[in-house]
Write a protein that binds this ligand. Structure first.
Ligand SMILES: [Zn+2]
Length: 245
């Protein structure tokens, strides 16, 4: 998870004469030098997944390959995660901006400022709420690249086979806590998960792997009995799971 604390807007003129737009004005959104989307105006924000990097020759949604994200929101943030698509359909590749970080987080107040005056961009309250699947994607992609499970449901066994230790738990206890999180996320895959993203360093249960050295993982916060997922960069999704579901 990477928090886009200092987003930057930049007006530019793409060469999209093919569509007959005269003197088109697009706005790109950047974090540092990294382009997060090349057109706040022309991306189709009301669809999920959203192609955030549009073809700069014709300006049409779906012309370029890849550049997709899933867009959702919490009470305070808008979050971009992996596009929710059939994994076999690699045409919908993730936008490169989220690949190294797993997910991107924006303030809703920033988003709403950008949406004003841009009819294609819905205000944040119209975006879908964060679900278990969104959190599962952000959590799994927040694992270190060299020690990342391929699928959410495989995560507890994957970690159990490779972890040598964690801060305060045996590997068995750790696996049980991870299974608890996976169960909740799978059960709530398509429904909103109450709670919000919170930031804080040094509060997560850290998992140490055997190879390669230095690739530890901040796995969760809360207690082993009531854990909530840490999603990287010092962020976690604070929630209280109902005891029964
Ligand atoms: Zn094109």
């Amino acid at each position: 998870m990477f928090f886009v604390e200092h987003p930057k807007l930049e007006a530019w003129n793409p060469n999209v004469s093919y569509l007959g737009q005269t003197n088109p004005q697009w706005t790109r959104l950047l974090s540092g030098d990294r382009v997060l989307t090349n057109s706040l105006e022309w991306a189709v924000w009301r669809e999920n997944p959203v192609q955030v990097v549009l073809c700069e020759i014709c300006g049409q949604d779906g012309c370029a390959a890849g550049g997709y994200v899933h867009v959702s929101r919490t009470a305070q943030y808008v979050v971009w995660t992996s596009p929710q698509i059939d994994e076999a359909d690699d045409w919908y590749d993730e936008a490169y901006a989220i690949v190294p970080r797993g997910a991107l987080l924006f303030r809703r107040s920033d988003w709403d400022e950008w949406s004003r005056g841009r009819t294609a961009m819905p205000p944040s309250e119209e975006l879908p709420p964060v679900t278990g699947r969104v959190l599962g994607d952000a959590w799994r992609l927040g694992m270190p690249a060299a020690n990342r499970a391929d699928k959410l449901v495989e995560l507890p066994d994957f970690v159990g086979e490779r972890a040598v230790a964690s801060d305060s738990l045996t590997v068995n206890e750790l696996q049980a806590a991870l299974r608890g999180i996976v169960d909740q996320l799978v059960r709530r895959a398509d429904i909103p998960v109450p709670g919000d993203f919170v930031h804080g360093d040094g509060q997560a249960e850290t998992v140490y792997f055997d190879v390669p050295l230095g690739q530890e993982w901040q796995a969760f916060r809360g207690s082993p009995e009531a854990p909530y997922p840490a999603v990287g960069g010092g962020w976690a999704y604070e929630t209280e799971w109902p005891n029964s579901a």
